[in-house]
Design a protein. Structure first.
Length: 254
């Protein structure tokens, strides 16, 4: 992925990693469109960052995705980068089905069906562009599980394999598949994570991501240094120790 001169749509980016990445990519000379469910947040972003366009989108709602895609492409026909950022994380106790089932279904809808539907809504357009990129967002937890968040772990493992598979299918097109693999980052993904000493500071994470994108334009995965402990556990042969360390550090992975 080239680091400048793109038109980039980032649904699920009204805060956290998404908004920080949107701002960083805008500073690198890209046209940015951010998407989110809440109009008050979109209005705030538009007021604070008038050079960033906004569109309402609920990535858990197929109709909303279809409508947002039409709006984005009508206003930005040169769109060539989609970053499927939206995601949720829930703590679940699978000893009691009544406590986790609705949560698990919501996580899978947002984290797996959301990106699938987003890609489906934009793939025809992106295939028409001479140089296009779809960036998915998985997690270090796709490669080493956190006990407290089974559905989240599974959803991100699915995103990893979806990305790997689409890269093979789209090899005959001009669309690149890039997977961003974050560690725990100081965002509001889980309660208290914004102040966690274990999580990577948001600005530090985004700075490293942008530097990796700039220095590795052909990278298939964007792995900051802090995620490699999880990402390569199985290859290193210390998977059991990594899982034990991860789950001993904090019950919520913060």
């Amino acid at each position: 992925m080239d680091i400048s001169g793109n038109t980039v749509f980032i649904p699920g980016s009204t805060g956290g990693i998404g908004l920080a990445l949107a701002r960083a990519l805008r500073a690198r000379g890209n046209t940015i469109i951010v998407g989110g469910r809440r109009t008050d947040q979109l209005e705030r972003i538009a007021a604070e960052h008038p050079d960033i366009d906004t569109v309402r989108i609920d990535t858990a709602d197929p109709a909303s995705i279809a409508e947002a895609a039409k709006e984005v492409l009508a206003r930005h026909p040169d769109l060539n980068v989609l970053i499927a950022m939206a995601g949720i994380m829930r703590v679940e106790d699978w000893h009691r089905p009544e406590s986790f089932l609705a949560s698990a279904e919501s996580v899978i809808t947002t984290n797996v069906l959301g990106p699938i539907r987003l890609i489906a809504a934009f793939i025809e357009h992106l295939r028409s562009r001479p140089d296009a990129t779809i960036m998915t967002v998985s997690s270090g937890l796709a490669f080493a599980p956190l006990r407290a968040t089974p559905s989240y772990n599974a959803s991100k493992a699915a995103i990893h394999m979806l990305t790997e598979s689409l890269r093979l299918q789209l090899a005959d097109t001009g669309v690149r598949m890039v997977e961003l693999v974050p560690p725990a980052v100081r965002t509001a993904l889980l309660p208290g994570q914004e102040n966690s000493e274990i999580a990577v500071p948001l600005d530090e994470f985004v700075t490293e991501v942008v530097e990796l994108l700039a220095s590795q334009p052909d990278a298939r995965e964007i792995q900051v240094e802090r995620v490699k402990f999880l990402r390569h556990a199985e290859a290193r042969g210390d998977y059991d120790q990594v899982v034990a360390t991860l789950n001993a550090a904090d019950p919520h992975g913060r």
